[in-house]
Design a protein around this ligand. Structure first.
Ligand SMILES: C[C@@](CO)(OP(=O)(O)O)[C@H](O)COP(=O)(O)OP(=O)(O)OC[C@H]1O[C@@H](n2ccc(N)nc2=O)[C@H](O)[C@@H]1O
Ligand SMILES: Nc1ncnc2c1ncn2[C@@H]1O[C@H](COP(=O)(O)OP(=O)(O)O)[C@@H](O)[C@H]1O
Length: 290
């Protein structure tokens, strides 16, 4: 049997770094949301042990080097299964882009393969297995928009967020998350208690936009600041780099303006440009194909 799943991208509506931990990771406060740009993943169980991962057209590791392969091995081990899996990833999310594509692929394989094997892992077990794969993986297991604390793995639900359109602009080069955190200069941390919890309008949400990692990535790649300026000039209520970058999103309250901004940016540049909607409540859906 083969099952198919969507693995959506995320954006960080805010990302505050609160401090550096003894293990080198950073404590964060983030508001995270999934969006409608997604990789398409199919998972097939096979009788031989081991995991094969193929991502046609994208130079990503196969098998256990790929984070989706490590996720599959975790579920097979939890099930005590001697079987293996073949995972096909139709990569739509730009790689090393600040959009969490690898983390989403991993979470989707955790949840999807767990379901295919009769649920050896509980929801908490899936969150724990996700945290062992990467700091952002639990968010993608979680299902809905969330405030993330700790290294990104302590999650609580966000209140309803306004219906908006985002225009994602990816300038086409990769940025290493480890490099960005490694070059971060810590500033005095935000008072988390003062961050707003409720957003009645797109303008309220635009007022939240903030990313402490921009100083590092924009310092090295000033074109990211130029993308932000262009999005605002084209009618975005605000624009922000997502995660460690380099992708920027513009927040629009008007779909026609978002469409026009996409068309203009595609005409003007070689950037990858996507209009997406927020996914308010998303859990990987299974669609058996045979
Ligand atoms: C910046 C964020 C924002 O959502 O996303 P991306 O830009 O990667 O999508 C995340 O914090 C990225 O999470 P993730 O990509 O899962 O991180 P990991 O694989 O666990 O770690 C990659 C590298 O980032 C550093 N790291 C990660 C998370 C964190 N809270 N502090 C860190 O210092 C680690 O030291 C590690 O070297
Ligand atoms: N399935 C996968 N999809 C994307 N990247 C992967 C995958 N498996 C391993 N990787 C590695 O993870 C790194 C981070 O990729 P990605 O998750 O796209 O970045 P980001 O978290 O910045 O959005 C890449 O450099 C890539 O080599």
């Amino acid at each position: 049997m083969t099952s198919e799943f969507d693995a959506p991208a995320k954006i960080n509506l805010c990302l505050h770094v609160l401090g550096r931990r003894a293990d080198g990771y950073h404590d964060l406060c983030m508001l995270m949301q999934k969006v409608s740009l997604a990789d398409r993943i199919s998972i097939a169980l096979r009788d031989e042990p081991g995991v094969e991962v193929v991502c046609p057209g994208v130079p990503l590791a196969q098998g256990e080097q790929n984070i989706a392969g490590r996720a599959a091995l975790a579920v097979l081990a939890a099930a005590g299964s001697n079987r293996g899996a073949r995972i096909h990833v139709d990569k739509q999310i730009p790689v090393a882009a600040g959009l969490g594509g690898g983390s989403s692929d991993a979470a989707t394989v955790l949840v999807g393969l767990n379901r295919m094997l009769g649920g050896p892992l509980s929801f908490d077990g899936l969150l724990g297995a996700g945290a062992r794969l990467g700091a952002d993986v639990p968010f993608f297991v979680y299902g809905r928009s969330a405030w993330a604390a700790g290294i990104g793995d302590h999650l609580r639900p966000a209140g309803p967020l306004p219906a908006v359109w985002y225009v994602l602009v990816n300038p086409g080069f990769a940025v290493s998350t480890a490099w960005v955190y490694g070059n971060l200069r810590l500033t005095s941390p935000v008072d988390v208690a003062k961050l707003p919890e409720f957003f009645d309008s797109p303008q309220d949400l635009a007022a939240l936009l903030h990313n402490d990692l921009e100083q590092v990535t924009i310092g090295r790649y000033p074109q990211i600041a130029a993308i932000k300026e262009q999005l605002v000039a084209l009618g975005a209520l605000g624009a922000l780099m997502s995660g460690s970058g380099p992708t920027v999103f513009g927040l629009f309250d008007d779909e026609a303006l978002a469409d026009a901004a996409c068309a203009t940016l595609k005409r003007r540049s070689q950037w990858r440009v996507f209009k997406v909607r927020p996914l308010e409540d998303f859990s990987p859906s299974s669609r058996p194909t045979c």
